[in-house]
Design a protein around this ligand. Sequence first.
Ligand code: PXL
Length: 275
Amino acid sequence: MRIPRAACINDLSGFGRCSLTTAISVISAAGVQVCPLPTAILSKHTGFPGFYFSDFTDSMSPYIDNWNDVEFDGIYSGFLGSSKQINIVESFIEIRKKGSMPPKIIIDPVMGDNGRLYPTYTEEMKDKMSILVSHADLATPNITEACFMTGTPYTGENISDNKAEELCRKIFDSGCKNVVLTGIVRENNIINFSFDGNSFFMDKICRESRIYSGTGDIFASVVCGLMLKGIGIPECVKAAGKFISEAIRNTTEMNAAIKEGVVFEPLLYKLSEYR
Ligand code: PXL
């Protein structure tokens, strides 16, 4: 059996279940080898006061250069902390796309939530992220990120199918081959909407009452892992929704602290069913 290999670009937060700790666990459980490229090292994610932070930007290019003899089936990028980091990732992707077996590019454009960009996000970064997404085989924006990338006014999470289609088409037209728009709120449900340039697929999951940090990282990691195992995107989206809703339900029953993220460890074995 051949194990697909993914370069995973994200920060390493030592506590709080997000970014690389999530990607490494989830993507490995799906049967894909993870090669992490840290963008920064934090003792805890930024939701905890007083976290230690060490920027890894200046090490990223020499780190990538040393991977010249390593082939990747996929490149997955998540949270990026500066324009310089987006440039480094773009150049890594451009070089790899010119190879004989170009990797699948999965970009989670982690930029903001609830109509607002994260405080670290500048206008320049927003424009650069839109360009990075245009290189992707798959992008997984939430509504806020899709609105910012397409210059569309944000009107809330409860958008119509037509509006979802319009956002996906704009991102698709920039060059991105598949768009999964996440987190459309419809009464007691969350809809994840995917578009491949021709058809739309909608997956509905039950909306849970508590919102945990790092959920977007779990979603993108499940989709990335299963996609690199050769599973079609609509099925990956369905699997990710099912995994997250089960994990959130368990976490809420355990009464675990919201900041510590979704307790997904007991359910990781379920991802092996797709191998
Ligand atoms: O996607 C969650 C995440 C990733 N990375 C860092 C974070 C968070 C959430 O707060 O702080 C550094």
